[in-house]
Design a protein around this ligand. Structure first.
Ligand code: GSH
Length: 200
């Protein structure tokens, strides 16, 4: 399998962590993608030109990170399931949505600055996105995920989102959020793939 990815992408990082936890790292070759270059092979595999995109050995392409992580979980060869069944499923999926949503909002700020000349940056739009990030972080701070024995897809998405904030967003999200900071420390210790997949 080939994974079109970039290291800074929080969604790509989700996939790489999921693959590590399910014993599939060695089955996936990483292909550096250029999302803005329409001639990049990524665009043949995914009409949206987005990463992560996983191309299976039979040529089938899977996207986005949620679909790929679920596929990885289905074919995993070791570790525990990342998508719980029963009552635990919905909190895990909701946390995944929250983690991905934090990354989505942060990414919009990054793109605003990357794609437009500085004179055209629209600060109210960036402030709205950063407010969403902060409200979501406060929500998790008030009710941090349980440090359970097994890691689920929600934990992975939250870890990847926090890692993205550390990498790309100015300011310290840990300020006033001891529970969340402690949760990330614990996650980092429990999941070696988190640090192994950190953008350089
Ligand atoms: N919901 C998607 C989001 C994917 C996404 O937005 N990826 C970004 C990189 S972090 C991307 O490909 N951006 C290129 C673009 O939007 O042109 C997922 O979970 O995979």
């Amino acid at each position: 399998m080939k994974l079109h990815f970039t290291a800074p992408s929080p969604y790509s990082r989700k996939v790489c962590i999921a693959a590590a936890l399910r014993g599939l790292t060695d089955n996936i070759s990483l292909v550096q993608a250029k999302t803005t270059d329409a001639s990049d092979p990524l665009h043949h595999a995914n009409p949206l030109g987005k990463i992560p995109t996983l191309v299976l050995d039979d040529g089938t392409a899977l996207y986005d990170s949620r679909v790929i992580c679920e596929y990885i979980d289905a074919i995993g060869v070791s570790g525990q399931p990342l998508f719980p069944a029963g009552d635990e499923r919905w909190p895990a999926l909701r946390l995944q949505a929250l983690g991905d949503g934090i990354a989505d909002a942060a990414l919009l700020v990054v793109y605003e600055k990357r794609m437009r000349p500085e004179t055209m940056w629209y600060q109210p739009w960036m402030d709205t996105q950063l407010a969403r990030v902060n409200t979501a972080l406060d929500t998790v701070e008030a009710m941090p995920p349980v440090k359970a024995a097994t890691v689920n897809i929600g934990d992975i998405a939250l870890g990847a989102a926090l890692g993205y904030l550390d990498f790309r967003i100015d300011g310290d999200w840990r300020q006033g959020r001891r529970n969340l900071a402690s949760w990330l420390e614990d996650f980092t210790a429990r999941v070696p793939a988190f640090e192994q997949t950190a953008p350089g």
